[in-house]
Design a protein. Structure first.
Length: 315
């Protein structure tokens, strides 16, 4: 029989606490889960991590394991004299042809893979997982209910991880922001041996909007920007223009002599904030010219060219 160093597999010290073992296991289980992992030999690593956790996560099995002594991983060994009688529940193991993990399976009853209920399995929380959720800016502004169709990894009665279809309804709160993680308690993977279900995390991202762009700098997550096209005469003479916002249209007063790229701040016209209030909307002026001119328009522009003393370039 070849020795397996379960502590080394989980990356913890031999005197690690129960919480440290549980934390290390959950981290490695997420890393090597065959449904999501891109690591080489992920399935083999996942089984190895589960086997280590099955032993070290149970006080009785861990005591029996520690009593075996410490060996080099892969080293051939036999349990010390009297070990079987001390920890066996009545069975007699044939150590010669037994896999190391099967040793604990026979000595304590039940397998070392995931199981449901009964036996000597320890309560094990279900797996947390995270999915991306794209929403519109209107949904972030008003709040919304979404129905998600997911495939959640769960242990089968035979101990294998399988994908199970699940429909989940979620409420998107007003003021949801780009990159925010929403936690749905108990909506993750099913627990084992009476353990609670894991959590589902939704990572929010905004779908592109035809008019508005969310702020990208820290502290600007609820601010919006939009381009406001102006005709040359509107920028030069000033004007009042109607522009859309997520709350409806508003009248914007353009001052005479406005420049392309100039910003105007509309306070409180952005996305809702998590607590109270709203971000701001920034209108960015973009001066545009007609693609085609009528004869009269061309004549007026030519006349302006002759009489204007304005110099757009100073080089």
């Amino acid at each position: 029989m070849q020795y397996k160093d379960y502590y080394k597999i989980l990356g913890v010290k031999r005197d690690a606490s129960e919480d440290e073992i549980k934390k290390a296991y959950r981290k490695l289980a997420r890393k090597y889960h065959p449904d999501v992992s891109k690591e080489k030999n992920a399935e083999e690593k996942f089984k190895e991590v589960n086997e280590a956790n099955e032993v070290l996560g149970d006080k009785e099995k861990r005591a029996a394991y520690d009593n075996l002594g410490s060996y080099q991983p892969g080293q051939d060994f036999r349990p010390p004299p009297g070990w079987e009688q001390r920890f066996s529940q009545g069975g007699h193991a044939d150590f010669g042809n037994m896999d190391f993990g099967d040793l604990f399976s026979q000595m304590f009853g039940g397998g070392h893979g995931p199981r449901r209920g009964g036996g000597h399995g320890f309560a094990q929380a279900g797996q947390d997982f995270e999915v991306a959720l794209e929403i519109t800016l209107e949904e972030a502004y008003e709040g919304a209910e979404k129905t998600l169709q997911l495939e959640v990894p769960e242990p089968s009665p035979q101990g294998f991880m399988v994908r199970v279809p699940r429909t989940i309804k979620v409420r998107i709160p007003k003021g949801a922001s780009e990159g925010q993680r929403l936690r749905l308690s108990g909506k993750g993977g099913a627990g084992q041996h009476g353990g609670g279900a894991g959590d589902l995390y939704l990572r929010i991202s905004f779908l592109p909007h035809p008019l508005f762009k969310p702020g990208l700098k820290p502290g600007e997550g609820q601010d919006l920007t939009m381009d406001v096209p102006l005709a040359p005469w509107e920028a030069a003479l000033g004007a009042s223009v109607d522009i859309p916002t997520l709350a409806g249209k508003v009248r914007l007063k353009v001052k005479p002599g406005s420049r392309s790229g100039q910003k105007m701040r509309l306070a409180g016209k952005g996305l809702p904030k998590a607590g109270e209030g709203h971000g701001d909307l920034y209108a960015v002026f973009q001066i545009v010219t007609p693609e085609t001119l009528s004869e009269k328009e061309r004549a007026l522009f030519e006349e302006l060219q002759q009489v204007s003393e304005f110099k757009p370039r100073n080089f």
